[in-house]
Design a protein around this ligand. Structure first.
Ligand SMILES: NC(=O)c1ccc[n+]([C@@H]2O[C@H](COP(=O)([O-])OP(=O)(O)OC[C@H]3O[C@@H](n4cnc5c(N)ncnc54)[C@H](O)[C@@H]3O)[C@@H](O)[C@H]2O)c1
Length: 417
Protein backbone atom coordinates (compact mmCIF):
# COMPACT_ATOMS: atom_id res chain seq x y z
CA UNK A 1 0.00 0.00 0.00
CA UNK A 2 1.24 3.50 -0.87
CA UNK A 3 1.34 5.95 2.01
CA UNK A 4 1.32 9.06 -0.16
CA UNK A 5 0.20 9.78 -3.72
CA UNK A 6 1.64 12.16 -6.28
CA UNK A 7 -1.06 13.37 -8.59
CA UNK A 8 -1.67 15.67 -11.55
CA UNK A 9 -4.83 17.54 -12.53
CA UNK A 10 -5.86 18.26 -16.14
CA UNK A 11 -8.50 21.00 -16.59
CA UNK A 12 -8.28 23.93 -14.20
CA UNK A 13 -11.70 25.50 -14.74
CA UNK A 14 -14.24 25.89 -11.95
CA UNK A 15 -14.51 22.22 -11.04
CA UNK A 16 -10.87 21.27 -11.41
CA UNK A 17 -9.70 24.21 -9.33
CA UNK A 18 -12.20 23.46 -6.55
CA UNK A 19 -11.47 19.74 -6.45
CA UNK A 20 -7.72 20.38 -6.52
CA UNK A 21 -8.04 22.60 -3.44
CA UNK A 22 -9.92 19.78 -1.71
CA UNK A 23 -7.07 17.38 -2.59
CA UNK A 24 -4.52 19.84 -1.20
CA UNK A 25 -6.18 19.53 2.21
CA UNK A 26 -5.50 15.78 2.27
CA UNK A 27 -2.32 14.78 4.11
CA UNK A 28 -1.62 11.84 1.84
CA UNK A 29 -2.03 13.68 -1.48
CA UNK A 30 0.62 15.81 -3.18
CA UNK A 31 -0.58 17.74 -6.24
CA UNK A 32 2.59 18.08 -8.30
CA UNK A 33 1.28 18.95 -11.75
CA UNK A 34 -1.58 20.96 -13.22
CA UNK A 35 -2.58 21.48 -16.84
CA UNK A 36 -4.94 23.71 -18.80
CA UNK A 37 -4.93 25.14 -22.29
CA UNK A 38 -5.38 28.59 -20.70
CA UNK A 39 -2.23 30.06 -19.07
CA UNK A 40 -4.16 32.14 -16.54
CA UNK A 41 -5.89 29.03 -15.17
CA UNK A 42 -2.58 27.18 -14.84
CA UNK A 43 -1.08 30.17 -13.03
CA UNK A 44 -4.03 30.49 -10.65
CA UNK A 45 -3.74 26.80 -9.77
CA UNK A 46 0.02 26.95 -9.24
CA UNK A 47 -0.38 30.03 -7.02
CA UNK A 48 -2.97 28.23 -4.92
CA UNK A 49 -0.78 25.13 -4.48
CA UNK A 50 2.20 27.27 -3.43
CA UNK A 51 0.02 29.21 -0.99
CA UNK A 52 -1.53 26.14 0.64
CA UNK A 53 1.38 23.73 0.36
CA UNK A 54 4.76 25.52 0.30
CA UNK A 55 6.38 22.09 0.70
CA UNK A 56 5.43 21.15 -2.89
CA UNK A 57 7.16 22.20 -6.13
CA UNK A 58 4.32 22.00 -8.67
CA UNK A 59 4.75 22.32 -12.44
CA UNK A 60 2.25 23.74 -14.92
CA UNK A 61 1.51 22.41 -18.42
CA UNK A 62 -0.51 23.45 -21.47
CA UNK A 63 -0.20 20.02 -23.09
CA UNK A 64 -1.69 17.12 -21.15
CA UNK A 65 0.57 14.64 -22.95
CA UNK A 66 3.56 16.13 -21.15
CA UNK A 67 1.81 15.85 -17.79
CA UNK A 68 0.75 12.22 -18.21
CA UNK A 69 4.27 11.28 -19.35
CA UNK A 70 5.78 12.25 -15.98
CA UNK A 71 7.14 9.04 -14.46
CA UNK A 72 6.71 10.21 -10.85
CA UNK A 73 2.92 10.64 -10.91
CA UNK A 74 0.75 7.88 -9.41
CA UNK A 75 -2.55 9.17 -10.75
CA UNK A 76 -4.15 11.74 -13.03
CA UNK A 77 -7.48 13.47 -12.39
CA UNK A 78 -9.20 14.83 -15.51
CA UNK A 79 -11.52 17.76 -14.88
CA UNK A 80 -11.70 19.14 -18.43
CA UNK A 81 -14.63 19.65 -20.81
CA UNK A 82 -16.99 16.75 -21.65
CA UNK A 83 -15.63 16.17 -25.13
CA UNK A 84 -12.01 15.94 -23.96
CA UNK A 85 -12.35 13.54 -20.99
CA UNK A 86 -11.81 10.29 -22.83
CA UNK A 87 -8.85 11.24 -25.00
CA UNK A 88 -7.01 12.59 -21.95
CA UNK A 89 -8.03 9.64 -19.76
CA UNK A 90 -6.92 7.16 -22.40
CA UNK A 91 -3.52 8.87 -22.75
CA UNK A 92 -3.07 8.79 -18.96
CA UNK A 93 -4.01 5.11 -18.70
CA UNK A 94 -1.73 4.19 -21.56
CA UNK A 95 1.03 6.07 -19.72
CA UNK A 96 0.38 3.72 -16.79
CA UNK A 97 -1.42 6.20 -14.49
CA UNK A 98 -4.53 5.42 -12.48
CA UNK A 99 -7.04 7.84 -13.98
CA UNK A 100 -10.17 9.54 -12.71
CA UNK A 101 -12.32 11.79 -14.84
CA UNK A 102 -15.18 14.13 -14.14
CA UNK A 103 -18.75 13.42 -15.13
CA UNK A 104 -20.25 14.01 -18.55
CA UNK A 105 -21.65 11.93 -21.39
CA UNK A 106 -19.74 10.34 -24.24
CA UNK A 107 -19.52 11.99 -27.64
CA UNK A 108 -19.48 8.66 -29.47
CA UNK A 109 -19.74 4.94 -28.78
CA UNK A 110 -16.17 4.61 -30.00
CA UNK A 111 -15.07 6.76 -27.03
CA UNK A 112 -16.68 4.29 -24.62
CA UNK A 113 -14.88 1.38 -26.26
CA UNK A 114 -11.60 3.30 -26.09
CA UNK A 115 -11.94 3.48 -22.31
CA UNK A 116 -12.71 -0.22 -22.06
CA UNK A 117 -9.86 -1.20 -24.40
CA UNK A 118 -7.38 1.04 -22.61
CA UNK A 119 -8.34 -0.68 -19.35
CA UNK A 120 -8.26 -4.22 -20.77
CA UNK A 121 -5.01 -3.71 -22.68
CA UNK A 122 -3.08 -1.95 -19.91
CA UNK A 123 -4.74 -3.28 -16.74
CA UNK A 124 -4.71 0.32 -15.48
CA UNK A 125 -7.98 1.18 -13.67
CA UNK A 126 -10.02 4.29 -14.36
CA UNK A 127 -13.00 5.83 -12.60
CA UNK A 128 -15.78 8.20 -13.55
CA UNK A 129 -15.98 10.60 -10.58
CA UNK A 130 -19.72 10.31 -10.11
CA UNK A 131 -20.02 12.08 -6.80
CA UNK A 132 -23.79 11.56 -6.53
CA UNK A 133 -23.12 7.85 -5.93
CA UNK A 134 -21.76 9.07 -2.57
CA UNK A 135 -24.59 11.48 -1.72
CA UNK A 136 -26.13 10.87 1.68
CA UNK A 137 -29.60 10.04 0.32
CA UNK A 138 -28.26 7.94 -2.55
CA UNK A 139 -26.04 5.92 -0.20
CA UNK A 140 -28.91 5.36 2.24
CA UNK A 141 -31.16 4.22 -0.61
CA UNK A 142 -28.43 1.91 -1.93
CA UNK A 143 -28.14 0.29 1.49
CA UNK A 144 -31.94 -0.04 1.71
CA UNK A 145 -32.07 -1.66 -1.72
CA UNK A 146 -29.31 -4.12 -0.77
CA UNK A 147 -31.32 -4.98 2.37
CA UNK A 148 -34.36 -5.61 0.14
CA UNK A 149 -36.46 -3.02 1.98
CA UNK A 150 -38.15 -2.00 -1.28
CA UNK A 151 -38.59 -5.63 -2.38
CA UNK A 152 -37.77 -6.43 -6.00
CA UNK A 153 -37.10 -3.26 -8.00
CA UNK A 154 -39.22 -2.53 -11.05
CA UNK A 155 -38.66 1.08 -12.03
CA UNK A 156 -36.42 4.02 -11.14
CA UNK A 157 -36.54 7.66 -12.19
CA UNK A 158 -33.82 10.27 -12.07
CA UNK A 159 -33.00 13.64 -13.54
CA UNK A 160 -30.46 16.34 -13.92
CA UNK A 161 -32.83 19.22 -13.40
CA UNK A 162 -30.93 22.43 -12.87
CA UNK A 163 -31.64 25.90 -14.20
CA UNK A 164 -28.37 26.56 -16.05
CA UNK A 165 -29.67 29.17 -18.49
CA UNK A 166 -27.24 31.82 -17.32
CA UNK A 167 -24.24 29.47 -17.37
CA UNK A 168 -25.10 28.04 -20.79
CA UNK A 169 -25.86 31.29 -22.60
CA UNK A 170 -22.85 32.99 -20.98
CA UNK A 171 -20.58 30.11 -21.99
CA UNK A 172 -18.54 31.87 -24.67
CA UNK A 173 -17.82 34.76 -22.32
CA UNK A 174 -16.76 32.34 -19.56
CA UNK A 175 -14.88 30.01 -21.94
CA UNK A 176 -17.26 27.19 -20.99
CA UNK A 177 -17.96 24.13 -23.16
CA UNK A 178 -21.69 23.92 -22.34
CA UNK A 179 -22.55 26.70 -24.84
CA UNK A 180 -21.41 24.76 -27.94
CA UNK A 181 -22.80 21.47 -26.62
CA UNK A 182 -26.27 22.97 -26.18
CA UNK A 183 -26.03 24.83 -29.47
CA UNK A 184 -25.05 21.80 -31.53
CA UNK A 185 -26.29 18.63 -29.81
CA UNK A 186 -29.70 17.30 -28.84
CA UNK A 187 -29.78 14.52 -26.27
CA UNK A 188 -29.42 13.43 -22.65
CA UNK A 189 -26.24 15.47 -22.19
CA UNK A 190 -25.64 14.83 -18.48
CA UNK A 191 -27.00 11.43 -17.48
CA UNK A 192 -24.75 10.16 -14.74
CA UNK A 193 -25.73 12.15 -11.62
CA UNK A 194 -29.03 10.26 -11.75
CA UNK A 195 -27.99 7.14 -13.61
CA UNK A 196 -24.92 6.26 -11.53
CA UNK A 197 -26.80 5.70 -8.27
CA UNK A 198 -29.61 3.96 -10.17
CA UNK A 199 -27.13 1.63 -11.93
CA UNK A 200 -25.64 0.66 -8.56
CA UNK A 201 -29.10 -0.17 -7.19
CA UNK A 202 -29.86 -2.30 -10.26
CA UNK A 203 -26.49 -4.15 -10.27
CA UNK A 204 -25.69 -2.94 -13.78
CA UNK A 205 -22.69 -4.83 -15.21
CA UNK A 206 -22.97 -7.39 -12.41
CA UNK A 207 -25.87 -9.65 -13.37
CA UNK A 208 -27.81 -6.94 -15.15
CA UNK A 209 -27.22 -4.44 -17.95
CA UNK A 210 -28.84 -1.70 -19.99
CA UNK A 211 -30.14 -3.25 -23.21
CA UNK A 212 -31.94 -0.50 -25.14
CA UNK A 213 -33.25 3.03 -24.88
CA UNK A 214 -35.54 5.47 -26.53
CA UNK A 215 -35.30 9.22 -26.14
CA UNK A 216 -37.53 12.20 -26.90
CA UNK A 217 -36.81 15.93 -26.76
CA UNK A 218 -39.15 18.89 -26.49
CA UNK A 219 -38.61 21.91 -28.69
CA UNK A 220 -35.99 24.42 -27.57
CA UNK A 221 -37.36 27.68 -26.22
CA UNK A 222 -35.86 28.39 -22.79
CA UNK A 223 -32.40 29.61 -23.79
CA UNK A 224 -33.69 31.96 -26.51
CA UNK A 225 -36.22 33.48 -24.13
CA UNK A 226 -33.56 33.87 -21.44
CA UNK A 227 -31.01 35.38 -23.87
CA UNK A 228 -33.60 37.88 -25.13
CA UNK A 229 -34.24 39.09 -21.59
CA UNK A 230 -30.61 39.14 -20.54
CA UNK A 231 -28.77 40.31 -23.66
CA UNK A 232 -31.57 42.01 -25.67
CA UNK A 233 -33.65 40.79 -28.60
CA UNK A 234 -31.03 41.87 -31.15
CA UNK A 235 -28.18 39.97 -29.54
CA UNK A 236 -26.80 37.01 -31.51
CA UNK A 237 -27.57 34.57 -28.64
CA UNK A 238 -31.23 35.65 -28.75
CA UNK A 239 -31.40 35.00 -32.48
CA UNK A 240 -29.47 31.77 -32.75
CA UNK A 241 -30.94 28.28 -32.93
CA UNK A 242 -30.24 26.02 -29.96
CA UNK A 243 -30.45 22.34 -30.84
CA UNK A 244 -30.80 20.95 -27.33
CA UNK A 245 -34.47 20.38 -26.45
CA UNK A 246 -35.50 22.04 -23.19
CA UNK A 247 -36.54 18.73 -21.62
CA UNK A 248 -35.11 15.44 -22.86
CA UNK A 249 -36.72 12.24 -21.60
CA UNK A 250 -35.03 8.87 -21.98
CA UNK A 251 -36.41 5.44 -21.18
CA UNK A 252 -33.92 2.63 -20.64
CA UNK A 253 -34.79 -1.08 -20.49
CA UNK A 254 -32.61 -3.43 -18.45
CA UNK A 255 -31.86 -7.10 -19.07
CA UNK A 256 -33.61 -8.13 -15.82
CA UNK A 257 -36.82 -6.37 -16.81
CA UNK A 258 -36.55 -3.06 -14.95
CA UNK A 259 -37.13 0.32 -16.61
CA UNK A 260 -35.40 3.64 -15.94
CA UNK A 261 -36.65 7.09 -16.86
CA UNK A 262 -34.11 9.90 -17.08
CA UNK A 263 -34.76 13.58 -17.64
CA UNK A 264 -32.35 16.30 -18.66
CA UNK A 265 -33.88 19.66 -17.82
CA UNK A 266 -31.48 22.64 -17.71
CA UNK A 267 -33.05 25.29 -19.95
CA UNK A 268 -36.18 26.42 -18.11
CA UNK A 269 -36.82 28.19 -14.80
CA UNK A 270 -36.97 25.48 -12.18
CA UNK A 271 -35.83 24.29 -8.74
CA UNK A 272 -32.80 21.97 -8.61
CA UNK A 273 -33.62 18.30 -8.29
CA UNK A 274 -32.30 14.85 -9.16
CA UNK A 275 -35.88 13.57 -8.94
CA UNK A 276 -34.86 10.15 -7.77
CA UNK A 277 -37.69 7.65 -7.51
CA UNK A 278 -37.32 4.02 -6.47
CA UNK A 279 -40.23 1.66 -7.05
CA UNK A 280 -40.25 -1.89 -5.78
CA UNK A 281 -42.73 -4.63 -4.91
CA UNK A 282 -42.73 -3.57 -1.23
CA UNK A 283 -42.48 0.21 -1.29
CA UNK A 284 -41.32 3.41 -2.87
CA UNK A 285 -39.13 6.44 -2.41
CA UNK A 286 -39.87 9.65 -4.31
CA UNK A 287 -37.69 12.74 -4.07
CA UNK A 288 -40.66 14.78 -5.21
CA UNK A 289 -42.13 15.57 -1.78
CA UNK A 290 -39.40 13.48 -0.10
CA UNK A 291 -41.79 10.57 0.35
CA UNK A 292 -40.93 7.15 1.69
CA UNK A 293 -43.57 4.46 1.79
CA UNK A 294 -42.83 0.92 2.88
CA UNK A 295 -45.57 -1.67 3.06
CA UNK A 296 -46.03 -2.85 6.60
CA UNK A 297 -44.38 0.27 8.02
CA UNK A 298 -46.93 2.71 6.62
CA UNK A 299 -50.28 1.09 7.23
CA UNK A 300 -53.17 1.85 4.94
CA UNK A 301 -55.69 3.43 7.28
CA UNK A 302 -59.30 2.47 6.61
CA UNK A 303 -61.19 5.41 5.12
CA UNK A 304 -58.07 7.25 3.88
CA UNK A 305 -57.72 7.17 0.13
CA UNK A 306 -53.91 7.09 0.17
CA UNK A 307 -51.47 5.08 2.28
CA UNK A 308 -49.59 7.13 4.84
CA UNK A 309 -45.99 7.96 4.07
CA UNK A 310 -42.92 9.23 5.91
CA UNK A 311 -40.57 12.12 5.19
CA UNK A 312 -37.36 10.45 4.10
CA UNK A 313 -35.24 13.25 5.57
CA UNK A 314 -36.77 12.55 9.01
CA UNK A 315 -36.02 8.84 8.63
CA UNK A 316 -32.47 9.26 7.29
CA UNK A 317 -30.59 8.71 10.56
CA UNK A 318 -32.26 5.30 10.74
CA UNK A 319 -31.27 4.37 7.21
CA UNK A 320 -27.87 6.05 6.84
CA UNK A 321 -25.22 3.99 5.03
CA UNK A 322 -22.32 3.06 7.34
CA UNK A 323 -19.95 5.11 5.16
CA UNK A 324 -22.07 8.16 5.90
CA UNK A 325 -22.18 7.42 9.62
CA UNK A 326 -18.39 7.14 9.61
CA UNK A 327 -18.12 10.38 7.59
CA UNK A 328 -20.31 12.23 10.10
CA UNK A 329 -18.17 11.08 13.00
CA UNK A 330 -14.92 11.92 11.13
CA UNK A 331 -16.26 15.35 10.05
CA UNK A 332 -18.18 15.98 6.84
CA UNK A 333 -16.18 18.12 4.42
CA UNK A 334 -16.02 18.95 0.72
CA UNK A 335 -18.60 20.41 -1.65
CA UNK A 336 -22.10 19.21 -2.54
CA UNK A 337 -22.81 18.14 1.03
CA UNK A 338 -19.62 16.06 1.29
CA UNK A 339 -20.01 13.79 -1.71
CA UNK A 340 -17.16 15.57 -3.55
CA UNK A 341 -14.81 14.48 -0.78
CA UNK A 342 -16.05 10.89 -0.65
CA UNK A 343 -15.74 10.36 -4.39
CA UNK A 344 -12.15 11.63 -4.34
CA UNK A 345 -11.32 9.39 -1.41
CA UNK A 346 -12.92 6.41 -3.17
CA UNK A 347 -10.51 6.95 -6.06
CA UNK A 348 -7.43 7.72 -3.98
CA UNK A 349 -7.96 4.70 -1.69
CA UNK A 350 -8.07 2.45 -4.78
CA UNK A 351 -4.81 3.97 -6.04
CA UNK A 352 -3.16 3.57 -2.64
CA UNK A 353 -4.29 -0.06 -2.34
CA UNK A 354 -3.56 -0.89 -5.99
CA UNK A 355 -7.09 -2.25 -6.52
CA UNK A 356 -9.81 -1.71 -9.08
CA UNK A 357 -12.00 1.36 -8.61
CA UNK A 358 -15.62 1.14 -7.35
CA UNK A 359 -16.83 2.73 -10.60
CA UNK A 360 -14.72 1.06 -13.27
CA UNK A 361 -14.14 1.30 -17.03
CA UNK A 362 -17.22 -0.84 -17.83
CA UNK A 363 -19.48 1.24 -15.58
CA UNK A 364 -18.09 4.49 -16.93
CA UNK A 365 -18.57 3.36 -20.53
CA UNK A 366 -22.13 2.11 -19.97
CA UNK A 367 -23.26 5.21 -18.07
CA UNK A 368 -21.60 7.68 -20.46
CA UNK A 369 -22.89 5.88 -23.58
CA UNK A 370 -26.45 6.97 -22.76
CA UNK A 371 -25.66 10.48 -24.03
CA UNK A 372 -24.64 9.55 -27.52
CA UNK A 373 -27.31 6.82 -27.79
CA UNK A 374 -30.02 9.29 -26.80
CA UNK A 375 -28.76 11.67 -29.50
CA UNK A 376 -29.10 8.84 -32.02
CA UNK A 377 -32.60 7.96 -30.84
CA UNK A 378 -33.82 11.56 -30.99
CA UNK A 379 -32.27 12.04 -34.43
CA UNK A 380 -34.26 9.04 -35.66
CA UNK A 381 -37.65 10.11 -34.27
CA UNK A 382 -37.23 8.30 -30.90
CA UNK A 383 -36.30 4.98 -32.47
CA UNK A 384 -35.18 2.44 -29.87
CA UNK A 385 -31.41 1.92 -29.98
CA UNK A 386 -29.48 -0.95 -28.43
CA UNK A 387 -26.96 -0.24 -25.66
CA UNK A 388 -23.70 -2.09 -26.40
CA UNK A 389 -22.52 -4.64 -23.85
CA UNK A 390 -19.21 -3.01 -22.95
CA UNK A 391 -18.30 -6.03 -20.78
CA UNK A 392 -18.57 -8.43 -23.75
CA UNK A 393 -20.53 -10.88 -21.65
CA UNK A 394 -18.65 -10.48 -18.37
CA UNK A 395 -21.78 -8.94 -16.80
CA UNK A 396 -23.48 -12.32 -16.81
CA UNK A 397 -21.40 -13.75 -13.96
CA UNK A 398 -19.02 -11.04 -12.86
CA UNK A 399 -17.62 -11.35 -9.38
CA UNK A 400 -17.84 -8.64 -6.73
CA UNK A 401 -15.83 -5.42 -6.64
CA UNK A 402 -12.76 -5.26 -4.42
CA UNK A 403 -14.03 -5.08 -0.84
CA UNK A 404 -13.85 -1.50 0.37
CA UNK A 405 -15.72 1.02 2.48
CA UNK A 406 -16.42 2.80 -0.80
CA UNK A 407 -17.83 -0.26 -2.62
CA UNK A 408 -20.99 0.44 -4.55
CA UNK A 409 -21.97 -3.13 -5.42
CA UNK A 410 -22.30 -4.19 -1.77
CA UNK A 411 -22.21 -2.67 1.73
CA UNK A 412 -19.41 -4.10 3.88
CA UNK A 413 -20.56 -3.46 7.45
CA UNK A 414 -17.57 -5.34 8.91
CA UNK A 415 -15.19 -2.68 7.52
CA UNK A 416 -16.83 -0.04 9.72
CA UNK A 417 -16.58 -1.91 13.04
N1 LIG B 1 -19.41 16.26 -10.22
C1 LIG B 1 -19.88 17.49 -10.10
O1 LIG B 1 -20.65 17.81 -9.20
C2 LIG B 1 -19.44 18.52 -11.08
C3 LIG B 1 -19.68 19.87 -10.86
C4 LIG B 1 -19.22 20.78 -11.82
C5 LIG B 1 -18.57 20.33 -12.95
N2 LIG B 1 -18.38 18.99 -13.12
C6 LIG B 1 -17.69 18.46 -14.30
O2 LIG B 1 -16.36 18.94 -14.29
C7 LIG B 1 -15.90 19.10 -15.61
C8 LIG B 1 -15.39 20.52 -15.80
O3 LIG B 1 -16.44 21.42 -15.59
P1 LIG B 1 -16.15 22.97 -15.35
O4 LIG B 1 -17.46 23.59 -15.06
O5 LIG B 1 -15.02 23.15 -14.42
O6 LIG B 1 -15.71 23.42 -16.81
P2 LIG B 1 -14.68 24.56 -17.21
O7 LIG B 1 -14.92 24.82 -18.66
O8 LIG B 1 -14.76 25.68 -16.23
O9 LIG B 1 -13.28 23.84 -17.01
C9 LIG B 1 -12.77 22.90 -17.88
C10 LIG B 1 -11.33 23.25 -18.12
O10 LIG B 1 -10.73 22.22 -18.91
C11 LIG B 1 -9.81 22.85 -19.76
N3 LIG B 1 -9.49 21.99 -20.90
C12 LIG B 1 -10.28 21.65 -21.93
N4 LIG B 1 -9.60 20.86 -22.80
C13 LIG B 1 -8.37 20.72 -22.29
C14 LIG B 1 -7.21 20.03 -22.74
N5 LIG B 1 -7.20 19.37 -23.89
N6 LIG B 1 -6.11 20.10 -21.98
C15 LIG B 1 -6.09 20.78 -20.81
N7 LIG B 1 -7.18 21.46 -20.34
C16 LIG B 1 -8.29 21.42 -21.08
C17 LIG B 1 -10.51 24.14 -20.17
O11 LIG B 1 -9.62 25.08 -20.69
C18 LIG B 1 -11.15 24.57 -18.88
O12 LIG B 1 -10.34 25.44 -18.14
C19 LIG B 1 -17.08 18.74 -16.50
O13 LIG B 1 -16.98 17.40 -16.88
C20 LIG B 1 -18.27 18.92 -15.61
O14 LIG B 1 -19.36 18.15 -16.00
C21 LIG B 1 -18.79 18.10 -12.20
Amino acid sequence: MKEKLKIGYVGMGGRGYGQMILSLDMDDIDVLAVCDVYDDRVKRALDKIREKRPDLAPEGYADYRKLVARPDLDAVVVTSSWQTHVRIAEAAMRAGKYTAFEVGGASSIEECWRLVRAYEETGVPCMLLENCCYGREELALLDMVKKNIFGELLHLDGAYAHDLRDEITGGLIRRHYRFRNFQRRNGELYPTHALGPIANMLNINRGNRFIALTSMATKARGLTEFAKNKYGADHEYAKMDWNEGDIVTTLIKCANGETIRLQHDDCLPRIYSRELTVRGTRGMYGEDGDRLMIEGLNEHVEGEWEPRWMKFKDELPKYDHPLWKWFQSAGVRGGHGGMDYLVQRAFFESVKNGTDTPIDAYDSAAWMSITTLSEQSIAMGSMPVPVPDFTNGLWIDRGPDPKSRYSLDAVHYDLFD
